[in-house]
Design a protein around this ligand. Sequence first.
Ligand SMILES: C[S@@+](CC[C@H](N)C(=O)[O-])C[C@H]1O[C@@H](n2cnc3c(N)ncnc32)[C@H](O)[C@@H]1O
Length: 224
Amino acid sequence: MPRMRGGVFEKPQGPSARFCLNGLLFGDQARGGHDTHPDPALLPFDWAGVFGRRAPLALEIGFNRGRFLRALAERFPERDHVGIEIRRRYPWVLAHTLAEAGPENVRIIWGDGKALLPSLFGEGSVSHLYINFPDPWWKSRHAKRRLVDSTFAARTHELLAPEGRVWVKSDVPAIAEEIQAALETTPLRGPIPFEEADLPLTHRERRCLQQGLPITRYAFEKPA
Ligand SMILES: C[S@@+](CC[C@H](N)C(=O)[O-])C[C@H]1O[C@@H](n2cnc3c(N)ncnc32)[C@H](O)[C@@H]1O
């Protein structure tokens, strides 16, 4: 198996294919990324079938190397965790790590979180949604790629379970403010500040802490 910095980079197959859902959703582990949508015959998607149990579902969009996602799943074994990442190398590497070292309560998708949200997650089906250091997309022509806008915020409100939370971390004050403004257009309650120790650290967060950069952390909650 080809080993690169950070793990094995190879199309998930054998034991690792179980952790990466692209084969199931799109018919091939090598299909994913932008503009890839699940087979309509699979919808509404049966998450309990995938995990083999009915448990609260947590979702991270943009998991990158997956350090946070794995630590989160270890911290909350009673929940099931789904990660969506747009860049192929990260899910491919993480699928092998999960097959080798777990934890078992994680599944990942190489895809666009923004596009997959409406089809894969039904109303009230997600207990926790994590948005960690989303790309700022500085150039104005790329602004439409930003993850959280008012449409995404409305969708977040819909998919969260009562008392469910969306958790946001960012080192870019303008992005933290923009996300907060989008979430404030919904009936979600917040912002509720939280501390560094309340959640595992992400890769980007570690670097910010080493460099002494300020980090904004808040959550919004769906009223019961
Ligand atoms: C700045 S990095 C932060 C990574 C990680 N969350 C952390 O805190 O270390 C943003 C990540 O989000 C991913 N990403 C950006 N847009 C995405 C989208 N629409 N769907 C899924 N992942 C996305 C990027 O590929 C990248 O891995």
